[in-house]
Design a protein around this ligand. Structure first.
Ligand code: AMP
Length: 219
């Protein structure tokens, strides 16, 4: 099963990708995570990527397509993968089709998480994660059970993304509306697109996604 999670920043793609990864053992390919790892390396390319991300702009299609092409060929992607954050432009979607065809693979479903802008801003501005294991938290919606201690691994250091601020978020939403939203009709025409209400509670969104990817299996 190869699937795409599509939606604006803060829609819950990362959270749902994590659930799918855990329940279906599909490889989780988050381009944002890959780029942040490269940015943290401090290489020349990493520094360029860091400034593009901090400005809320999109990294060039060429870089992104090469990154995903290499990743999809890795062994853990053989049983299937979840794309989170890719494709984000029509040229990326077209390149993905071409690379999947060349590898003898195809897409099973594209799941759109729909969330309105005011909710996205509230979600993104309060989110943080465990610096050790990456588990996600939120100031208002999901605090660690014991203050200052990660529920998943017990670490006590947390981090916030540099681009999760109001000014950068406005740019990221603009990039989504101008460059990424046009992908929706691209997949709808092929009957691959399924839209889900991403405003629902996390468990309910997970249940609806499970119903799409594992019909007949109770969530
Ligand atoms: P995300 O973690 O998916 O919100 O991505 C964080 C940032 O990484 C985005 O705002 C872009 O600057 C960059 N990025 C991630 N995925 C892509 C992509 N597929 N194409 C271009 N830029 C991307």
């Amino acid at each position: 099963m190869n699937l795409i999670l599509l939606g604006p920043p803060g829609a819950g793609k990362g959270t749902q990708a994590e659930h799918l990864h855990a329940s279906l053992r599909l490889a989780k390919l988050s381009t944002g995570d890959m780029l942040r790892a490269s940015a943290a390396s401090g290489s020349e390319l990493g520094l360029k990527l860091k400034s593009i991300m901090a400005a809320g702009q999109l990294v060039s299609d060429d870089i992104m397509i090469d990154l995903i092409r290499d990743r999809i060929r890795e062994a853990d992607c053989a049983p299937g993968f979840i794309l989170d954050g890719f494709p984000r432009t029509i040229p990326q979607a077209e390149a993905l089709d071409a690379m999947l065809e060349a590898e003898g693979k195809s897409l099973n479903v594209v799941i759109e998480l729909k969330v309105n802008d005011s909710e996205l801003i509230a979600r993104v501005s309060g989110r943080f994660s465990c610096a050790a294991c990456g588990a996600g938290y939120h100031d208002s919606f999901k605090r660690p059970k014991q203050e200052g201690v990660c529920d998943s691994c017990g670490a006590s250091a947390f981090k916030r993304r540099e681009d999760d601020n109001a000014a950068t978020m406005a740019k990221r939403l603009e990039a989504y509306n101008l460059q990424t939203a046009p992908i929706l009709p691209y997949y709808a025409k092929r009957g691959l697109l399924k839209s889900i209400d991403g405003m629902a509670p996390i468990d309910e969104v997970t249940r609806q996604i499970n119903a799409l990817v594992r019909p007949g299996v109770a969530a």
